[in-house]
Design a protein around this ligand. Sequence first.
Ligand SMILES: Cc1ncc(COP(=O)(O)O)c(C=O)c1O
Length: 619
Amino acid sequence: MRENYGIDIWGEGNFVIQNNTVNINHKNRPSLLEITKHIRQKGYKGPLLLRFPHLIQKQISTLYNEFKRAKKEFSYQGNFQAVFPLKVNQLPNFVNALMDVSKKYDYGLEAGSKAELVIAITNTPLGSPITVNGFKDKEMISLCFIAASMGHNITITIEGLSELNAIIQVHQEFNHSSKTNIMPKIGLRIRLHSSGIGLWAKSAGYNSKFGLSSTEILEAYEVIKKNNLLEYLWMIHFHIGSQMGDIAPLKKALREAGNIYADLKNRGAFALNAVNIGGGLAVEYSQYAESKELNYSLAEFANDVVFTMKEISRNKGIEEPNIFTESGRYIAANHAVLIAPVLELFSQDYHEKSLRLKEKNPPLITELHDLWTSLNRSNAREYLHDSLDHMESLLTLFDLGYIDLEDRSNTEILVNLIIKKSVLFLNDGTEELKELQNKIQERYLINFSVFQSLPDFWGLKQHFPIMPINKLDEKANNPATLWDITCDSDGEIPFDANQALYLHDVDVNKEEYFLAFFLTGAYQEILGMKHNLFTHPTEVSIKFNENGDYELHNIIESQNIMNILEDINYNKKDLQSSLRKQIKVSKLINQKEKGKLLEKLYLSLSENSYLKTIQANNL
Ligand SMILES: Cc1ncc(COP(=O)(O)O)c(C=O)c1O
């Protein structure tokens, strides 16, 4: 992991290490570093969110091709169709790219709220599917009827019996007033007995918030039949939870859903012809071979879905249903990479250059110095233990007043250097070593907010692959803890000796150093919080032209300070006038200075709230 940051585990061949940087494995293979520098030269500082539409295209075509292959392999008669669940990423630059690259697939959108439904109606081509899940009131159901009147292929998934009654009511009211016979298609979300696994397992199982129990399914069927709406009932739906790392629960869920489908079909639900298996297709976020998050491939997933549906259809004597998916994470995660500059290293004091050795040092310090300079692979463990022992004695001598603060500082620095050196030589994963790594970890201050850009790390400890995008020709030896710039101690990614992240020793006054956080395209952008009023980072879409060169598109700079405040309902004019007035009445500055100060103030208010300059560098 130390050398390539697990890029071969999580990278899916999308990124490669070449010429000491991370390059995009597409067309002319530009490096993330050159793209980052290019954007920063245009004056955009702070964190950057890079979008790669070619990766969205890759995910969509891989999904469709895998199901096409599986269908052929098992001579499956049903079709394969898919929608993108908007909750995973609703931002316009993502959705526009998604719809643009998926044109040939009849790809649609899934909505879970009224606002998402508006995005779905305005972005889905007529005829491509729209599915509507989640709790709905009569207004939301009416919106579905309006979409159906426009000619959209829209399916309302019924999550509860009262929702079905509301649909029947809206159907009558809508068509009565407009003298039409408009009716969206109906799906039934089933509450599976099987549940998922992992952090997002609660979407299924007996106690799940969503779906109909078997008793309710039977009741819903009767109500639909009684109201002569069976011709619209075409889909059953389930979703067993996101990031399903294990294939076993899916197999169980498929059998359960398949049998419910077959039962309804044989009972008389003649229009039923699709099983929607929801989302859940997992992404490999791990950077470490020993802690991989998923145990199956997309090919296995597609085979299992197709094979199970085929078996059930044969056993129950029904036509093979169309297969429908709502994969979100799998489609969106890898398209976005967050690049964040390192602002400062906090344990630099433990650097050799900070030593204040005297003409005559206490003997134990001289010994520590000798241990450090003569430490090698064969004596590392012994010298390490000696140094820890010396440290204890020296700290006691300090407490008793026998040595001074400079001696104590030298002790800490020398022991730190000895630990660093011996950890490098030993590198044996023992508990002792893991503990020592914790002691010598370096704290990197990063120009980003964990709350805004990695909320699932903050809330659920979901890890994302992290690596530097420069200096990859040098060995990274510092066990690293990452601090974000929020004033919150939760805004950190602490060093974990079991999943260790090592970064480089850098002097950020002399050179730039950037970290990349990968697979951040699913859920993170919209779940991101404005804690401390740090908002969405500056975003840029990276597209490739016919010559294979990259181009920067759709640049949206992170919100400026005034707009952030306006967003949370401060009155911009009031704020400005208060600031102006306070400068005007100040007795501490003269008239000429007041003008200059006001200009300066307006300039800062037009900047985004991420840090721009710290120490001598320009970040
Ligand atoms: C009904 C439904 N479909 C699809 C998804 C997308 O799941 P994923 O992103 O794991 O593919 C979700 C996510 O929670 C969901 O609730």
